[in-house]
Design a protein around this ligand. Structure first.
Ligand code: QV4
Ligand code: CA
Length: 484
């Protein structure tokens, strides 16, 4: 369950938060496939409650009404079509699986597929679930429970969301049928929402009943779905991420916190020479890594304090480090613009999501941020692919906030987060030649719109990153995007 089954020479999972299936299919063909992206995390595909009373917030999708594949992102036919087109483009799809709970008790009770429910009776006829399928008698998790009471965190309700009993055979069947349907349609795996709130022993039963990935979609025989479980663990809680690593990968929230801290200038970059498990992070193969996610970019889930698209310079640098370093399986966020933590995606008066516009410079419009289309970010996806499975070598630092390292003989990156210029003759480990810095510009024909780096026969080059440069890093590699 720990292999994302990316197609060859691809890496990086991008969360296309609240995107529509048709737009994702287009994006796979016109951008993500050609640019070497490995996969996409999609928003929950199953029916959720419609919340006009909150002006259709993004979080209505975390309140399931049924497992019908009808949401604001599209219907089942559109979902199946997206899977065909993205897998054909070499880009995998991972589903955000909301299986811990159903809805709370909101003022409205109609779902995106038209299903209704009787909340006061725990009755969801479109699944069907009724009272006997939920943890009973119901209780609500209190803040204190997280540090003292694992049982309550798993058997009581998360913010009043009706808590399914995954030990119940019917509940297991409904969840497994839902997930297997998605696997058969071609998905490569799942983000397990609120995994901390479910018993590892129940999750194991569910995972073990999942089908192998669909070979008609290009997956090898006997491939198990990739599973990354959302467990927020900064230490000190009754439930540890270590209870979940025997089952699958786990979201490593410490990564975003530590790298945000460092690239904000609150911790010297030189300490990153030991980045990885020595920082108290999960083992490499267990770790899904990211700077921000859809919760903590807007202060939900106890989150906050991480860099987001709103602080673009240090954010791009933190992502560049995340993607340049071999540790973990990285994911990047692709957001819509928000001014309020509850507001949903760009929509028209009928609540239909408005597609991102693609501007002439490749960036997005209509309220979509599309971090994955920022040059400094997609360039680092190509960097990671060029680096392949090499390790880190030739680490250099100035004893402060200027660092540089090689990935084998394939790629080189330097960062400068000091208040003075970086201007050094450094070992780049690359073959002699001229390279285009893929951060300050890009290769156009045989020239570079940004800085050009000339590597000598000894692998060394003069590297400069000014303290006032637009970005704080410089990156070159042996791939066609950089080699001149
Ligand atoms: C309200 C009150 C509660 C009350 C309840 C009674 O606040 O005190 O008990 O009514 O009915 C929404 C509202 C929330 C409301 C709740 C139930 O924001 O105020 O409770 O609905 O009606 C997302 C949002 C939540 C949202 C939820 C469902 O973040 O705000 O709640 O969707 O719509 C912990 C967990 C972690 C979790 C994180 C948020 O360990 O697993 O909290 N993260 C995941 C997702 C997250 C999602 C959920 C879990 C739930 O990443 O996006 O929550 O599926 O850290
Ligand atoms: Ca639970």
């Amino acid at each position: 369950y720990k292999n994302p089954y990316y197609a060859a020479n691809r890496s990086v999972n991008v969360h296309l938060f609240e995107w529509k299936w048709d737009d994702i299919a287009d994006e796979c063909e016109r951008f993500l496939g050609p640019r070497g992206f490995g996969g996409i995390q999609i928003s929950p595909p199953n029916e959720n409650v419609v919340l006009w009373s909150y002006n259709r917030p993004w979080w209505e999708r975390y309140q399931p009404m049924s497992y019908k594949l009808v949401t604001r992102s599209g219907n089942e036919a559109q979902f199946a079509n997206m899977l065909r087109r993205c897998n054909a483009a070499g880009v995998r799809i991972y589903v955000d699986a909301v299986i811990n709970h159903m809805t709370g008790e909101p003022p409205e009770n109609v779902g995106t597929a038209g299903s209704t429910a009787v909340f006061s009776d725990w009755y969801y006829p479109a699944v069907p679930f009724n009272r006997q399928h939920f943890n009973w008698p119901h209780c609500v998790i209190n803040d204190i429970d997280y540090s003292t009471d694992a049982w309550r965190v798993r058997n009581c309700e998360l913010v009043g969301l009706k808590d399914l009993n995954q030990a119940d055979e019917h509940v297991r069947n409904m969840i497994v049928n839902f997930m297997n349907k998605l696997i058969d349609l071609g998905v490569a795996g799942f983000r397990i929402d609120a995994a901390k709130h479910m018993w590892p022993s129940d999750l194991r039963v569910i995972y073990d009943r999942l089908h192998n990935l669909n070979t008609d979609h290009g997956f090898p025989a006997n491939a198990r779905p990739y599973i990354y479980q959302e467990v927020i663990d900064y230490g000190g809680e009754a439930i540890s991420r270590d209870e979940y690593t025997p089952l699958g990968a786990v979201t490593e929230f410490k990564v975003g916190l530590e790298l945000s801290n460092a690239f904000r200038g609150n911790n010297q970059l030189r300490w990153l020479s030991s980045w990885g498990p020595q920082w108290g992070l999960l083992a490499h193969g267990d770790s899904l890594t990211f700077i921000d996610n859809h919760d903590n970019e807007r202060g939900h889930g106890g989150g906050g304090g991480v860099l987001t698209y709103k602080q673009s310079r240090p954010y791009k640098a933190a992502i560049a480090f995340l993607l340049a370093h071999p540790y973990g399986e990285p994911q990047i966020m692709s957001s819509f613009d928000f001014w309020d933590s509850e507001v949903g995606p760009p929509m028209d008066n009928n609540g239909n999501i408005i597609s991102p516009a693609i501007n002439s410079d490749g960036t997005c419009g209509n309220g979509w941020i599309c971090q994955h289309r920022w040059r400094q970010i997609y360039a680092m996806v190509a960097f990671r692919n060029a680096a392949g499975n090499t390790g880190i070598n030739d680490w250099w630092d100035n004893g402060s906030n200027q660092i540089a390292f090689c990935r084998g003989g394939n790629a080189f990156i330097a960062f400068n987060n000091d208040y003075w210029n970086l201007n050094q003759n450094l070992q780049t480990c690359l073959p002699a030649g001229r390279y285009c810095d893929v951060i300050s510009g890009e290769k156009v024909g045989n020239s570079c719109t940004g800085k050009t780096v000339t590597v000598g026969n000894d692998g060394r080059a003069q590297i400069s990153v000014g303290a006032n440069d637009y970005d704080m890093m410089l990156a070159i590699h042996i791939g066609p995007e950089s080699r001149l």
